[in-house]
Design a protein around this ligand. Sequence first.
Ligand SMILES: [Zn+2]
Length: 430
Amino acid sequence: MTEVSHQQSMAAGPATAGQAVQGDLRDLFGPSTAVFASLAGPAHVVETANPAFFAVIGDERVGIGTTLAELGPDLAGQGFLAPLDRVHRTGEPHTERDVRVVRGSGAHEQEAFFDVTYEPRRDAAGTVTGILVIGVETTQVRHTQQLMAEQRALLEQIARQAPLREVLDGMARCIENLAPQEVLVSVLLADPDGAQLRHGAAPSLPDFYNRAIDGIATGEGVGSCGTAAHRREPVTVTDIATDPLWDDFRDLAKRAGLGACWSTPILARDGSLLGTFAMYHRTPRVPQDSDLALTRVFAGTAALAIERHHSEQARRTAEAHAEAAHAELARAVQAEQQLRAEAEQRATAATELAAQIRAAAATHASAPHPKHCQLGGTHGCSAPAELKVADPWGDSAWGCLSHAEEAILNVRSAFIADEDLGGLAAYLHR
Ligand SMILES: [Zn+2]
């Protein structure tokens, strides 16, 4: 059992679900049952056998006294009788590792692996009279070692922040490849409010099916996944054709060739819904303890991947917001600097203009001019006329200092008339 505890400690580390994971791993390994039988004669009549033997082959009530071929009519087809015949004939013991046995049928069909030894029994004269069969089941050890290796690889992927789709896709394919029977894995991702489920990964389900499922509501009677998400607990539908939870999706499942669907909610550490993890089967099927344990282990792995993805997304969003705020601030600072520079320019220009106006007014004052400002607009201006302004078209007028300044600043073409009180002509001849 040292190997078992070794495996457990390695796999339980990063998953952190603690006790539950330990329990699931125990379920995945299960007890390694020893199988024992004593067979007599060339027809391999079962003389004695333990219950574990009959759990694999045939029925204990009718088993004793019948031949192996009668007990398990399909054994010859699986190649079990040939080595037994050989051992009986040659008297040479035979050992085989990982012998595959298919047990049950239909919804309950399961494969199993055994390390077996066939030991000849001899009478006092040394003649072979029968065979001692001793087997140790290796199914779960075999499966679990592979699965744990795959799960470690997935956890490493999550740790180095591989894209979520990649992790989930890899997880789905790994389970599909390792499962003893054909299984189609689907991961759906919950919307932030948990009201809808979106396509996550389902590499072996047909596209039309994935499209139809994308966006289904979570709720009672919405297939296995919608219901599992709603109930926050696993939903095992062993026969889609008859289960009321599939009333609305039965035809769709039939078109996709799906017979059973076991779904488990993927929950965050705070209990919120992250999505669902489902295993589909082509034919009606009842899950074994090891199937449920497998589901829990990988639902836990999926939870890690999705939570990691969410926190990474949140980090990126926060970074993007900070970047946008920074850019906005930079733009504001730049705009303010520009405005200040423009204001300074205008202030300088105004100061220069004021000086020009004062100097010009001193010379203009000695020339004949109207008494009052002519630039007061419709309301008129009663201030004394002090400065003559002109424009390129030869128009000119006398204004008070403030109206003259206003005209020069606001009427782009206006300028202070020259010393002879002329317009642009004076400048053209310069
Ligand atoms: Zn005026």
